[in-house]
Design a protein around this ligand. Structure first.
Ligand code: SF4
Length: 389
């Protein structure tokens, strides 16, 4: 069973105007129909320019943002409707599950998370209200469980750590809240252990965030995330605020903790070399959509989408003897997400554009076992297993 399944995820932010009464005059489509999977112990890297929707995906998985549409399945459980109000949850259940022919045809060919809902459906004598009642019975516990299972580490540890709390207070709070420590003495022992695990000293427990360096603060943020034994961690540019030597230490620490916890990482970064090093899979994003995804080595060694090629061509090359591939460099700015170009969103900047490019958005074409690209140049691959973005 996959640790994380993101299906057709959409997150639109309304644009409001008005003096006394707000009117919605449009939407910023920050994430638009994005799908990917993640296994335990593996890392998927999300890359792309600022504003492409990487961070919004991370926050939506954690439900720091509500989602507009789509499904987020964590550890085989559809968590999407746990966060919805009852009426919306009922609509969602009917549309995504109960009204499907599989539910009236004996539950054949269902995925594990769908099978669970089918069993409840049968138990509730096919009464949708009863289904929702059973599924929501211990909703609070389920929400807490998701909050424990999925954690996030932000880019800037100074703003993600509470400046008025000591490290001990900050790290013991989730331990007590999730029942991992039964009392404060037990919590303090666990916190001291955690500090050692992330390369700090147990006596740091009584210090405040401002008494640490940037790298040490990020270690504290990582300790807080791993304190509740999460299965999934979203790492949102965890090293970009740090010096290069400190970055290497943090990446080493993240790798060690992943091995120990067997946790899945969603690694969000601008740093392509780092993503290549840490990720098993990679998804390249442009204006809210995945334009290329696949195995990390495959995508970096054989980039297909003109945007991926341009990103790689623009990345710094540490070896002065190697020449930059200037042919693939692109000019221009990323278009506004409020007013995206017609057809392929990349066509105003693409030197390979064809007539169809300004008219139709390309689906994700499968070019090999684990390599997909959303570009009309690869449309002949669509005959075999083309997948929509
Ligand atoms: Fe360029 Fe067309 Fe491919 Fe878009 S679909 S990346 S415009 S060739």
């Amino acid at each position: 069973m996959k640790l994380l399944e993101v299906r057709n995820l959409k997150k639109y932010f309304p644009i409001k105007q008005g003096f006394l009464i707000d009117r919605v005059v449009g939407y910023v489509k920050a994430v638009d129909d994005v799908s990917f999977d993640l296994d335990r112990g593996k890392t998927i890297g999300l890359v792309g320019e600022s504003g492409c929707g990487k961070t919004t995906i991370g926050k939506t998985i954690l439900r720091l943002h509500d989602l507009t549409d789509g499904e987020i399945i964590i550890d085989g459980e559809d968590t999407t409707f746990y966060f919805m109000k009852p009426r919306k949850a009922m609509e969602y259940l009917k549309e995504k599950y109960l009204s499907r022919p599989e539910f009236s045809n004996g539950g054949k060919n269902l995925q594990p998370h769908e099978k669970h809902i089918y069993d409840v459906y049968k138990k509730a004598n096919e009464n949708p209200k009863e289904v929702l009642k059973i599924l929501s019975a211990n909703r609070k516990e389920k929400l807490l469980e998701i909050r424990r299972k999925a954690q996030i580490v932000f880019q800037d540890p100074m703003s993600s750590l509470n400046p008025r709390m000591t490290v001990g207070q900050m790290l013991s709070e989730p331990l007590l809240f999730h029942g991992i420590a039964q009392n404060i003495d037990e919590a303090i022992e666990i916190v001291k252990n955690l500090l050692t695990q992330v390369g700090l000293k147990p006596y740091h427990i009584d210090r405040y965030p401002h008494q640490f360096s940037g790298g040490q603060r990020q270690r504290i943020a990582i300790a807080r995330a791993v304190s509740v034994n999460p299965e999934l961690i979203v790492l949102d540019e965890p090293t970009s605020a740090l010096d290069v030597s400190v970055q290497a230490q943090i990446v080493k620490l993240l790798k060690e903790l992943q091995e120990k916890l067997n946790a899945g990482y969603v690694f969000i970064s601008h740093d392509l070399a780092l993503v290549r090093f840490i990720s098993d899979e990679v998804a390249v994003m442009y204006l809210g959509k995945i334009v290329e995804k696949g195995g990390s080595e495959e995508v970096f060694d054989n980039p297909l989408h003109p945007y991926t090629k341009a990103l790689l061509a623009a990345a710094p090359i540490p070896d002065p003897r190697k020449k930059r591939n200037r042919k693939e460099l692109i000019g221009g700015q990323v278009p506004s997400p409020i007013n995206r170009p017609s057809g392929c969103f990349f066509h105003p900047r693409c030197k390979y554009k064809m007539e169809i490019c300004s008219k139709e958005y390309p689906p994700l074409f499968k070019v090999s076992d684990n390599h997909y690209v959303a570009c009309h140049l690869y449309s002949t691959s669509s005959k075999e297993g083309g997948e929509k973005a």
